[in-house]
Design a protein around this ligand. Sequence first.
Ligand code: HEM
Length: 192
Amino acid sequence: MEEKVYIQSLPNRLFHWSSFVMVTMLLISGFYISHPVNLGDAYDLDIAVFVQTAAAFLQSGIFFAWVYHHMVTGAYQDIRFRWRDAADFRGLLKYYFFMEKKPPVHGKYNAGQRLVYTSWFFVFIFLFITGLILYSVNFGYVLRFPVAIQKVRFYHFLGALWFLGTVPLHIYLVLTEDPAKLQAMFTGWVRR
Ligand code: HEM
């Protein structure tokens, strides 16, 4: 018999979709800033810098609220990569490469998802710190170290590349694994 199970709380869904909008805007404006192209009046460097700064502050607020929420409710246990997940990872890769029929048994998220979510936690903190350093240029703090700031810009770019690579992977796996889980990211409920 079919049953409905509540798996995504309202705060989780709000954090998720607001992060999606902000991270998408950050990636588009950020890569535009690093490689500008002529799009006429529709989008220029001033607009991109404004979007990047505004979305960065909003996403930082969402991120730290999300961390606080996950700590207080204990939900971080669902997404945290544990050393024992490393053992499941091999089985999961075999499943993804069609060498096993079923993935290893797991809780809310599998070892691969845990690895990606945990990496996003650390990479976001890295982008937050390097982003603040780049922003501080506006106030003249680091203008005395022009070589160092180019390095910070490069590492910030690498951090953004990690998101550019892993977000499409996340979306691909969501769409190919279990569309019912996608519905739950909107309604909270999944049918089993
Ligand atoms: C910048 C883009 C995105 C980010 C940063 C992101 C982040 C996350 C995070 C952190 C989680 C774990 C949530 C938790 O329990 O705390 C998650 C889960 C999930 N996300 Fe995303 N997401 C993004 C884009 C998307 C998109 C576009 C879709 C839809 C196609 C999507 C669908 C889902 C689903 C369905 C889950 C639950 C997975 C499951 O139950 O197996 N996400 N996402």
